[in-house]
Design a protein around this ligand. Structure first.
Ligand code: PAF
Length: 289
C-alpha cells in the first residue's frame, strides 16, 4: 500500500484539532492509517519505520515534537538537533502523507497537570538513570495517540524499554492502537543509528562500536550456554576495554524486563557514556536449551 499521491511532499499540520479530524476522516473513508512518533533529527532508522508503515497502511503520519518532559534538567533538550526541512524530505521520500509538528503550548497548555506514570517496566535501567523520563514519554505518547488516532503505531527496537513501556500503557489504558516494534538499523560497523550519534567526536565514534561488539559477544556466550552473569560480564568488559563507563549491561526477559526464564528468549540491554553522550543498544537473544 502507499499514500494517494507519492510525488506530493507531506503536508505539515501543527494544529491538534485539525490533525485529529484529518485522521478520523481518512479512517471513515476506510483508509488504514500508520503513525510514526518521533522527536525529529531523523535518520535511516526512522525512514525504515515510515517505509514499513507505508507498506502496511494507506496513509502515514509522522509526528515531530522534541518533548521537554522526557529530558532531565541536565540533559540535552536545548541542544537536541532540530532539522525540520530535512526531516520532511526524508519522511516524504519514504511515503509519509502528513507531518504533525505540534507547538509545545498545544501539547502542554497552561495549567497542564496530568502525567501518565507507568510502573514496573519503567522503573529500572533507563528509568533509574533518567528519573521521570518514561513518565515524560508515556504522557506525550498518550496525548499523541489521542490526537493521532491511527490504526498502527511504529516504534524502533533500539529503544527496547520504551517499546515495553508504551505497550504496557496501551494495554492498561485500553488505547485502541496496535503497536509494531521494528528492527534496529545499524551502520556497517554495527553502531545502532541514533540522533545522538551526531554528538560523538571522531574518537568517541570509533569507540562507540563497543556497544554492538559487546552485545554480539554476549549473544555468542548466551548461545554457548553461559549463565546470565557471565553474559552480562561480556558486555561490560567490551565497553570498559574502550574506556566507556557502563550505566547498565543486563540480560532480561524481553516483555517484563525482569530476570529471564530458563530456556526462554531474552534481551541484552546496554547503556554507556561517551563523553557527554549516552548511547543505548540491545540485542534479542533466542530461546536456548
Ligand atoms: O523515541 C522517541 O523519539 C520519543 O521518545 C517519542 C516516542 C517520540 C516520544 O517523544
Amino acid at each position: 500500500m502507499s499514500r494517494g499521491n507519492p510525488s506530493a511532499p507531506p503536508i505539515i499540520e501543527t494544529d491538534p484539532v485539525r490533525m485529529r479530524e484529518t485522521i478520523l476522516a481518512a479512517r471513515r473513508q476506510g483508509r488504514r492509517v500508520g503513525f510514526v512518533p518521533t522527536m525529529g533529527a531523523l535518520h535511516r532508522g526512522h525512514g525504515s519505520l515510515v517505509s514499513r508503515a507505508a507498506a502496511e497502511c494507506d496513509d502515514v503520519v509522522v509526528s515531530i515534537f522534541v518533548n521537554p518532559k522526557q529530558f532531565g534538567p541536565s540533559e540535552d533538550y536545548s541542544r537536541y538537533p532540530r532539522t525540520l526541512d530535512a526531516d520532511r524530505d526524508l519522511v516524504g521520500s519514504c511515503g509519509a502523507r502528513w507531518v504533525f509538528v505540534p507547538e509545545a503550548q498545544a501539547t502542554y497548555p497552561p495549567g497542564h497537570a496530568t502525567n501518565v506514570v507507568v510502573g514496573a517496566p519503567a522503573a529500572d535501567f533507563e528509568g533509574a538513570v533518567r528519573p521521570g523520563h518514561f513518565a515524560g514519554v508515556a504522557t506525550v505518547v498518550c496525548w499523541l495517540f489521542n490526537v493521532v488516532p491511527a490504526d498502527i503505531a511504529y516504534f524502533g527496537a533500539k529503544d527496547w524499554q520504551q517499546s515495553v513501556v508504551v505497550r504496557r500503557m496501551v494495554q492498561d489504558l485500553a488505547i485502541p492502537i496496535t503497536i509494531e516494534v521494528c528492527p534496529t538499523i545499524r551502520e556497517p560497523d554495527g553502531l545502532a543509528l541514533s540522533s545522538r550519534n551526531a554528538y560523538l567526536s571522531a574518537d568517541e565514534r570509533r569507540r562507540a562500536t563497543a556497544l554492538h561488539e559487546g552485545l554480539r559477544a554476549a549473544a555468542r556466550a548466551w548461545e554457548a550456554g553461559e549463565d546470565v552473569a557471565a553474559v552480562e560480564g561480556m558486555i561490560r568488559t567490551a565497553l570498559e576495554a574502550r574506556d566507556i563507563p557502563v550505566d547498565y549491561a543486563v540480560v532480561v526477559d524481553p516483555l517484563s524486563l525482569l530476570a529471564p526464564h530458563p530456556g526462554s528468549a531474552a534481551v541484552a540491554l546496554v547503556a554507556g557514556r561517551l563523553g557527554s553522550t549516552r548511547l543505548i543498544d540491545n540485542l534479542p537473544l533466542p530461546p536456548r536449551g
